[in-house]
Write a protein that binds this ligand. Structure first.
Ligand SMILES: C[S@@+](CC[C@H](N)C(=O)[O-])C[C@H]1O[C@@H](n2cnc3c(N)ncnc32)[C@H](O)[C@@H]1O
Length: 282
């Protein structure tokens, strides 16, 4: 069994490696698919002009760009991510935007000179820590005492057919693969709100609140195009990556078949469910 440190290092290596590349390649498609939850998350975060925001696991900077607009010229936003590929995309995207800067670093160990942030913000960037209590405690040190946290994380795979439908189809072709345990890092590690409450409160945050937000993930295309789009965003991409080409092709064909009932007017529409999590610093 792997230790939390080993699990963490594997996540960092994956994101600052092949998964960062996959995410970079599917960035525009992902942003479109996540449009519904992004709007709801920004509404909850309610970032104001002049605030200083930390965008944790900022990826290619789509949310950092929006945050930079929200804080305006009197505020500041720092995008933090472990992936050099994604940080490079984010820097290019916001080139010349004075109030945004990017740091390639691990959120669980990054050190800021003083408590400086009003808002800890993240769209799906905080579920990959081997020791989440230690990581959030580290981020807590960077927060002003009157600050707040606002992030989106996936609920369980059972509540996210956009993952379950293609996964079940692929499993008819791909040999059995290990599934992460309930305490292991990964996109669905924060599905249990009781666990997230424990993590946040042990890390020093107060009064966590969870709002269930259900939305539709929209993927352009039909057949194999849609199958590849769905696999580009979800965990299935990682599983297929390690398969021989013939198995991968058969699995994608099985996924394409499974998506037919969810295809409307040239677009695949699959149900998704997230937690919008908010908490105060003290
Ligand atoms: C699912 S992606 C979300 C990216 C971005 N927030 C978005 O919504 O487009 C998760 C992000 O978290 C980053 N990440 C994972 N572990 C991290 C860590 N320990 N420290 C900083 N960033 C991390 C990944 O590199 C990746 O960009």
């Amino acid at each position: 069994m792997s230790t939390p440190t080993e699990l963490h290092q594997a996540q960092v290596a994956n994101w600052d490696g092949p998964m960062g590349e996959v995410w970079a390649a599917s960035e525009a498609r992902t942003d479109k698919a996540l449009a519904g939850v992004t709007t709801a998350l920004f509404r909850m975060a309610d970032v104001e002009p002049g605030e200083i925001v930390l965008d944790v696991g900022c990826g290619g900077g789509a949310t950092t760009e929006q945050l930079a607009m929200d804080v305006g010229s009197t505020g500041r936003v720092v995008g933090l991510d472990v992936s050099k590929t994604l940080i490079a995309i984010a820097e290019k995207r916001l080139d010349g935007t004075g109030q945004a800067e990017f740091i390639q670093a691990d959120a669980s160990t990054v050190a800021f000179p003083k408590p400086m942030f009003d808002v800890l913000f993240s769209r799906f960037g905080v579920m990959f820590f081997g020791d989440p209590v230690a990581a959030f405690a580290n981020l807590h040190k960077a927060m002003k005492s009157e600050g707040r946290l606002a992030f989106a994380c996936w609920r369980s795979t059972a509540e996210n057919p956009w993952v379950g439908v293609p996964l079940r189809a692929a499993m008819t072709v791909v040999p059995p693969f290990p599934r992460p345990g309930p305490e292991e890092p990964g996109p669905f590690a924060f599905g249990d709100d009781a666990r997230v409450t424990r993590i946040l409160t042990e890390a020093g945050f107060a009064a966590p609140k969870f709002k269930q937000f259900d939305f539709t993930m929209n993927f352009d295309g039909v057949g194999m195009t849609a199958a590849m789009a769905v696999c580009g965003v979800g965990p299935l991409g990682r599983i297929l990556r390690d398969q021989p080409e013939d198995v991968k092709a058969k699995a994608l064909a099985a996924v394409a078949d499974a998506l037919v009932p969810f295809t409307v007017d040239g677009m695949v529409k699959l149900p998704a469910s997230v937690w919008l999590v908010s908490a105060s610093v003290a």
